[in-house]
Design a protein around this ligand. Structure first.
Ligand SMILES: Cc1cc2nc3c(=O)[nH]c(=O)nc-3n(C[C@H](O)[C@H](O)[C@H](O)COP(=O)(O)OP(=O)(O)OC[C@H]3O[C@@H](n4cnc5c(N)ncnc54)[C@H](O)[C@@H]3O)c2cc1C
Length: 321
């Protein structure tokens, strides 16, 4: 996705209450990913009001039952959720045994302001950060204008995070290539460079064709990138919403798939059921093809993600995650 809530929700995470129930047992994501098996993770966005916060906690509690590897919390476009991202990420850390990742973007911030946020993450006990550039203030398609004393690319934020604290740093990856990338190969080289700068894992934009993720994995490997690249899964629950998200993020909603959804467009329950079926098939293809885990864009709701995950239960490769 290309922009944080309220338009798009960025976030994800790994939780492990049942894995020990103690704060001391929470880990850096890199360690969890290195344990073998497949990771399962969920992304959330910071709630705007108390009703939204109740919904978020409801979703978190239900998804915690799946013993996820981590959960992540997005950072609003232009830094708009800065304090809420810190608050909700540290609150999840305090109130659950989930391992958390806080997102952070460069948009509209000076280096000094980024230092302040990073120090805030450290003070709040946040150990895992997803380092992102963010979209240009006018959205994708509008030229990127950096803050006069800011950063231009996520790789610089990776370096800053690694220099300033003891963080495990993740980055974004794009199965169809980032819309501003000159080529898919250049896009993969950027990912490999982010690893060289200190990134330890990547999470992808949502996508609908397993082959796009396989292509990214192969290009990344050819460029020297060895870190886990977790596929981002967005179960379709609402046709208008997914079209909007696709337009905002540059991720294609393939025409053949859109045509299948159009046949049931007047029936929200059928759209949702098809969305769960399509996401389940995508997850199966990815796992069969060697994906190291699955990262679900939950939009702060748990039911579709739970249905997809239930459909996958029983797979031996998901027994340990
Ligand atoms: C998993 C995930 C989570 C996200 N969470 C959020 C969020 O919480 N909040 C939010 O606002 N946005 C979020 N985004 C959206 C993201 O900020 C946008 O997609 C943004 O446009 C690109 O971010 P990036 O970190 O990939 O940027 P970059 O890595 O800087 O890449 C941006 C473009 O610049 C190119 N590039 C990178 N480095 C160089 C270089 N050194 N020289 C030349 N070109 C270069 C890349 O190829 C790419 O085309 C998320 C995206 C994903 C996939």
């Amino acid at each position: 996705m290309s922009r944080a809530e309220p338009i798009l929700a960025y976030g994800s995470g790994m939780a492990f209450a049942r894995r020990g129930g103690s704060l001391a047992l929470r880990s850096k994501v890199s360690r969890l990913l290195g344990e073998g098996g497949h990771s399962i993770s969920f992304e959330f966005f910071p709630p705007k009001d108390s009703d939204a916060e109740d919904a978020l906690w409801g979703a978190l509690i239900q998804l915690e039952d799946f013993d996820p590897s981590f959960v992540s919390v997005t950072y609003g476009a232009g830094g708009s959720t800065r304090d809420r991202t810190i608050d909700i990420t540290s609150s999840i850390g305090r109130r659950t045994s989930l391992t958390t990742i806080a997102h952070l973007t460069c948009v509209g911030s000076s280096r000094a302001e980024l230092h302040e946020v990073i120090d805030g993450y450290s003070e709040a006990g946040i150990e895992n950060v997803l380092a992102l550039r963010g979209d240009p203030e006018g959205g994708l398609g509008v030229p990127w204008v950096s803050h006069p004393d800011g950063l231009d690319h996520a790789i610089q934020l990776v370096e800053m995070l690694r220099e300033r604290g003891d963080f495990c740093v993740g980055v974004a990856a794009f199965p169809e290539g980032h819309p501003e990338s000159a080529s898919l190969e250049q896009d993969a080289r950027v990912l490999a460079d982010k690893q060289r700068a200190g990134a330890e894992f990547a999470i992808t934009q949502f996508f609908f064709r397993a082959d796009d993720w396989f292509g990214l994995r192969d290009r990344a490997e050819a460029a020297g990138c060895t870190m886990p690249i977790l596929p981002g899964i967005m179960p379709v629950t609402n046709l208008a919403q997914i079209k909007r998200f696709s337009a905002l993020s540059g991720a294609e909603f393939p025409a053949a798939l859109a045509a299948r959804f159009e046949t049931v467009a007047d029936d929200p329950a059928a759209v949702r059921a098809l969305g769960v079926e399509v996401a389940t098939q995508l997850c199966e293809a990815l796992l069969d093809g060697g994906a190291p885990g699955l990262h679900f864009y939950t939009l702060n709701r748990s039911s579709a993600t739970r249905e997809v995950y239930r459909n996958l239960m029983g797979r031996p490769d998901l027994e340990r995650h």
